[in-house]
Design a protein around this ligand. Structure first.
Ligand SMILES: Cc1ncc(COP(=O)(O)O)c(C=O)c1O
Length: 378
């Protein structure tokens, strides 16, 4: 039986095992050790921001919001089209998300809608405590107008760059434009530590506090003394070893993911009713996942029926994220528009995008889409 082709799988570079072996050989098998320090330093050098290694991207979002002072009763603006881990940390802190729509050009937070929403809130003297920007599927959000709107009202920006390590906006890595950024090394991401995350900021006090909170907020004393609430959010020295190896191949992984996306785009160019996710003119979209929109009438079948056809051919594909304002968990929360996100969810599909996807396996995916569309190959 031919093996199933999955959406996005880990892809080791080669050096990871030697760093992990070193951790075992030296017995640094907990949440302190040389791999953690080195991974943070190497990541910081790559991104150009100070960095703290954590157990997940969700933890990074949680600490980031708390560093911005988000607390009970506050409102936080958040794009509705995202993974739930963007929004959940708002609720962890007892704050309320307000979900905003995407723009069609980037699928990310709509800068004009944001600007209007902030102006309206300022008029009511009810500004949000923070704005979260997500760089969805590796696509850089249009940061300049977003930052300009937020600066007008002095509202800080937290970048959720969980899906976008390797992406740039106007020549600078995403995550370096706002006050703080969160990255994820979950198993499906462009590089992985099996599970993990990074919080990045320029403010050294925030970095010190993030590290303190992530290690149970233990005060400086002989005994276990605690005056602040903390979490068990630190990355282990073993997993940091995997991260060091992965970081060495990040550039290659970006090139491979982009090549895969453009091969799909070219192969589908003549099929009616299937259109490629826009590529930002302002930066580099890693195409962490290759995404397309299906126009049911022109394509000849629905997005869901295409997913079923691919599944029958042994290929995993997924709908684009279901917007937060449609989730039972968050249906009662306030939202500002949402029709674009709903359309992207209803028609969007993510195709297998692993950087290790072979040309033969990608050929299988392409052929399955062509067959589903009723297009015979020449
Ligand atoms: C947009 C977004 N935010 C946050 C996260 C959370 O990252 P993690 O899975 O490392 O907790 C993810 C991915 O899982 C994500 O896709």
């Amino acid at each position: 039986m031919t093996p199933r082709i999955l959406l996005s799988v880990p892809h080791m570079g080669g050096a990871e095992q030697s760093y992990v072996a070193e951790a075992f050989a030296t017995n640094w098998l907990s949440t302190v050790g040389p791999n953690i320090d080195a991974f943070e330093n190497e990541f910081a050098a790559h991104i150009g921001m100070k960095s703290v290694a954590l157990s997940s991207g969700t933890a990074a979002m949680h600490l980031g919001l708390r560093l911005l002072g988000v607390g009970p009763g506050d409102e936080v603006f958040c794009p509705t089209l995202t993974f739930v881990a963007t929004a959940n940390p708002i609720a962890y802190l007892g704050a309320k998300p307000v979900f905003l729509d995407s723009d069609r050009a980037t699928w990310n937070l709509d800068p004009e809608l944001l600007s209007r929403a902030l102006a309206q809130r300022a008029g009511r003297n009810q500004l949000p405590k923070a704005v979260i920007v997500v760089h969805l599927y590796g696509q850089p959000a249009d940061m300049d107008p977003i930052l300009a709107a937020c600066a007008r009202y002095n509202v800080p920006v937290l970048e959720d760059a969980a899906e976008a390590l390797g992406s740039t906006y106007k020549g600078k890595p995403v995550g370096t434009h706002g006050r703080l950024a969160a990255f994820s090394f979950n198993g499906n991401k462009i590089i992985t530590t099996t599970g993990g995350g990074m919080i990045c900021a320029n403010n050294p006090e925030w970095i010190r506090t993030a590290r303190f909170w992530a290690t149970q907020a233990r005060d400086n004393a002989l005994w276990y003394e605690h005056s602040r609430m903390g979490y068990n959010y630190r990355m282990s020295n073993v997993l940091a070893g995997i991260g060091r190896g992965q970081l060495q191949v990040l550039g290659e992984r970006v090139r491979q993911r982009r090549e895969i996306a453009f091969r799909y785009r070219d192969a589908f160019a003549d099929i009616p009713g299937i259109s490629f996710m826009p590529q930002s003119p302002h930066g580099i979209h890693t195409n962490w996942l290759s995404c397309f929109l299906i126009d049911e009438l022109a394509f000849g079948r629905s997005r869901d029926s295409l997913i079923a056809a691919l599944d029958a051919a042994g290929i995993e594909s997924r709908p684009v994220w279901k917007p937060m304002h449609l989730q039972p968990l968050y249906r009662h929360e306030e939202r500002i528009a949402g029709e674009v996100a709903e359309d992207l969810f209803n028609r969007g599909i993510c195709l297998p995008s692993s950087s290790s996807l072979t040309p033969e396996d990608q050929g299988r995916v392409i052929e399955a889409v062509q067959i589903a569309a009723g297009v015979t190959r020449t």
